[in-house]
Design a protein around this ligand. Structure first.
Ligand code: SAM
Length: 243
């Protein structure tokens, strides 16, 4: 699989070089903006600073996966959920339908621009039961105990032991966690993997761990149940934290 990943990386690099050549001013300004950031992921991917306002449209094709992630959590009214790497809050609506006005969403994201969009979404809908925390997941100051944690399209977070540890440390025993996202399909599905690489490159800091993105989470939640989606180009994982 390492060889397939390497091949993909070169394909993606070639495509990005081609795009850069045909859109030099945009790419250059993104790189300049990115140098002002200290977070590694944001340096490699200025998307969240530059394109926060178009993020919802650009990733709308993945909304069915977001709905699936929320379904897996089986939230009930009045429950509290941590939406890790919540972005612009694209999962909030489905979560609100489940938890109702007496429940609570804690959204964590490291990009102020993305959180600003999440804030606008909350204001638009009149949701007052949302706390937004601008922070890395590993150092986020999460208050109280949640019933569930959601990791929707958060590959980089899922590679971090400290991020998962911090979040799950604030989920009650017996609480749930769910993760949904993209992964490499089997290597012979080259076309699908190239599509995956191009579609996710703007939003993923590193493709390390893309064979089994849930592997670190599995260490925390041994009973994690993983289902492959989209011919292996996606996955959904759900589990219960030990009492
Ligand atoms: C692809 S977005 C997904 C956003 C949202 N969950 C969705 O479904 O659209 C993943 C986000 O996680 C953020 N992220 C990556 N590592 C993070 C970390 N350690 N702590 C907090 N956010 C992180 C990235 O900046 C990125 O915006």
């Amino acid at each position: 699989m390492a060889r397939a990943t390497l091949t993909l990386a070169s394909l993606v690099d070639a495509e990005l070089t081609r795009q850069a050549a045909s859109a030099a001013p945009v790419v250059q300004s993104q790189m300049v903006a990115a140098t002002h950031r200290s977070e590694e992921g944001e340096n490699r991917n200025p998307t969240y600073r530059q394109l926060a306002r178009s993020y919802d449209t650009a990733t709308a094709m993945f909304n069915a996966f977001r709905a699936r992630a929320v379904d897996l959590l089986q939230m009930t009214p009045s429950e509290v959920v941590v939406d890790v790497g919540c972005g612009t809050g694209l999962c909030f609506s489905d979560l609100q339908h489940r938890i109702g006005p007496t429940g609570w969403i804690i959204g964590i994201h490291r990009s102020a621009e993305m959180l600003a969009q999440a804030e606008l979404r909350c204001a638009r809908h009149g949701w007052r039961n949302v706390t937004l925390i601008e922070s890395d997941a590993d150092s986020a100051d999460i208050r109280g105990s949640a019933d569930a944690a959601l990791f929707c399209a958060t590959h980089d977070v899922l590679q971090s032991v400290s991020a998962i540890g911090n979040v799950l440390g604030h989920v009650r025993p017996g609480g749930r966690c769910a993760a949904v996202g993209a992964k490499w399909a089997p290597p012979w599905l080259t076309g699908l993997n190239v599509f995956t690489a191009l579609a996710h490159r703007p939003y993923v800091g590193s493709f390390v761990g893309f064979d089994e993105p849930w592997a670190v989470l599995l260490r925390f939640v041994p009973e994690l149940r993983v289902t492959e989606l989209a011919f292996g180009a996606g996955y959904a994982a759900v589990g219960t934290l030990r009492d």
